[in-house]
Design a protein around this ligand. Structure first.
Ligand code: PGA
Length: 262
């Protein structure tokens, strides 16, 4: 994989439906203390709290000057109006959210988020000038049949083709195979290397040669050091992002790898 010497790693913590606002403040403070005293020089860090925690987390990030950006886990594609229970991109931006996770497999499978909705949501995010973390990945049946490359390419093309090159530049791609999410069984190094090469080819074809590619699925302090050297720019972390110690260890592993590339 080509990495420029000024390339930076990226670690995104997806807290999912965990942590109330008090717990979220506590975790943010713990992460903040460490990152302010032992900064990581080559890695960007993002946390994606539940909607109800965003305001509190943003207050801590700002007050304590924590070098961490804030993402939302999902958003509605519409600007405003009669969408009971939904949240708009504008509302998120106003809270200091700079990135949005789009099409996480839990949204796609548990909440019937169709490819059409993924496409519309991605468009709404980048049209507003926010960054998007577009999640793609196959289930076990597709993987067992060897269809992962085709499946992932289809998801990427479907979501990205309607965007202009400038809008595509705002998109980070997160490859998250469904069979690895929350299972404790991460993809192997060989699997991560093969799929990241494939994702980069598809991205290049979509005129996104410099796209950031993340891996997600049971990333832990134990496997982060090995997986980061398999051609990805960083990780989308679920379970291990809920504890400061494990999240920081993963961030350190990515940062050490990028420090060596200088
Ligand atoms: P996990 O989740 O790290 O708990 O497997 C990853 C994700 O769903 O983003």
């Amino acid at each position: 994989m080509e990495r420029m010497s000024d390339a930076r790693g990226l670690v995104v913590g997806n807290w999912k439906m965990n942590l109330d606002f008090v717990e979220a403040v506590h975790l943010t403070q713990q992460i903040g203390v460490v990152l302010r005293h032992q900064p990581v020089a080559h890695t960007d860090v993002v946390v994606a709290p539940p909607f109800v925690d965003l305001r509190s987390v943003s207050s801590v990030l700002e007050a304590d000057r924590v070098p961490v950006a804030m993402a939302a886990q999902h958003v509605n594609a519409h600007d405003a109006g009669a969408h009971t229970g939904e949240i708009s991109v504008g509302q998120l931006a106003r809270l200091g959210v700079t990135q949005v996770i789009v099409g996480h497999s839990e949204r796609r499978t548990l909440y019937a988020m169709s490819d059409d909705v993924v496409r519309a949501t991605l468009f709404a995010v980048v049209r507003a000038g926010l960054r998007a973390i577009l999640c793609v990945g196959e289930d076990l049946d597709v993987r067992s049949a060897g269809g992962q490359n085709e499946f992932v390419a289809g998801q990427l093309r479907d979501a990205l083709e309607p965007l202009t090159p400038a809008q595509r530049a705002l998109v980070t791609i997160a490859y998250e195979p469904l069979w690895a999410i929350g299972t404790g069984r991460s993809a192997t190094s060989d699997e991560v290397r093969a799929i990241s090469t494939h994702v980069r080819l598809v991205a290049a074809d979509l005129e996104m040669p410099g796209a950031l590619v993340l891996y997600g699925g049971s990333v832990s302090p134990e496997n982060a050091g090995e997986l980061i050297s398999q051609g990805v720019n960083g990780f989308l972390v679920g379970g291990a992002s809920l504890k400061a110690e494990s999240f920081l260890a993963i961030i350190r592993a990515v940062d050490d790898c990028y420090a060596e590339l200088r």
